[in-house]
Design a protein around this ligand. Structure first.
Ligand SMILES: CC(C)(COP(=O)(O)OP(=O)(O)OC[C@H]1O[C@@H](n2cnc3c(N)ncnc32)[C@H](O)[C@@H]1OP(=O)(O)O)[C@@H](O)C(=O)NCCC(=O)NCCS
Length: 166
């Protein structure tokens, strides 16, 4: 299936990821984040939830991505009950392309994909030291639900941040 077009943001196109985009997505992950995954993991997320695996490109060069997993379990938003949840597993934009609205657009489009997949809430984990990402999520009305001590392999804690989806 051809990936569906999403949005034009300035000179960038934000669209669903295709399988042939994965090597470049993996390169961005390796270059910009301390959390890395096997190639198979990227492929699985794309296969399981293509609606929430989105890239930003500039003249056919991929400069950012977001990938998510659809999960079912205890709600992070309601006090009780189960929910279908969209988990933002990884999001990144190459440094020279930041602050142009791409991160926000990737997150918005992923959340749209989550709603289409029947999710009633979104969540993510973020390093407590990642003040840039935390402030972006706060701007996008994510709330801190809890602090997960020792969440990362190097021992750093994470904030679990959540947002109900319309
Ligand atoms: C987090 C990240 C994806 C954001 O991407 P981006 O393309 O720069 O984000 P945007 O340009 O869409 O900015 C979104 C909002 O945050 C604001 N913002 C951007 N950089 C900011 C900063 N350093 N501090 C505070 N706010 C900032 C923008 O002004 C914008 O607000 P607005 O929509 O109200 O105008 C990017 O910083 C990144 O790749 N970081 C490294 C990887 C990472 O930490 N990922 C998150 C792991 S949980």
């Amino acid at each position: 299936m051809q990936p569906t077009f999403h949005r034009q943001v300035g000179g960038y196109v934000v669209r669903q990821c295709a399988r042939e985009d994965l090597p470049n997505v993996i390169r961005i992950n390796l270059a910009t984040l301390p959390e890395h995954y096997s190639d198979l993991f990227f492929e699985e997320l794309l296969q399981e939830s293509p609606e929430t695996f989105i890239i930003a490109e500039n003249h056919s060069t991929i400069v950012g991505y977001i990938m998510c997993r659809i999960e079912f379990g205890f709600s992070n938003v309601k006090r009780f009950g189960l929910a279908r949840k969209g988990h933002i597993v990884s999001v990144s934009v190459l440094e020279e392309h930041r602050n142009k609205g791409l991160g926000r657009t990737l997150i918005e489009e992923a959340m749209r994909g989550m709603v289409n997949r029947g999710c009633s809430e979104a969540f993510l984990e973020v390093r407590v030291s990642n003040t840039t990402a935390i402030s972006i999520y706060q701007k996008m009305e994510y709330q801190t639900a809890s602090r997960l001590e020792g969440y990362y392999r190097d021992g750093e804690a994470a904030y679990l941040m959540t947002k109900p989806l319309a």
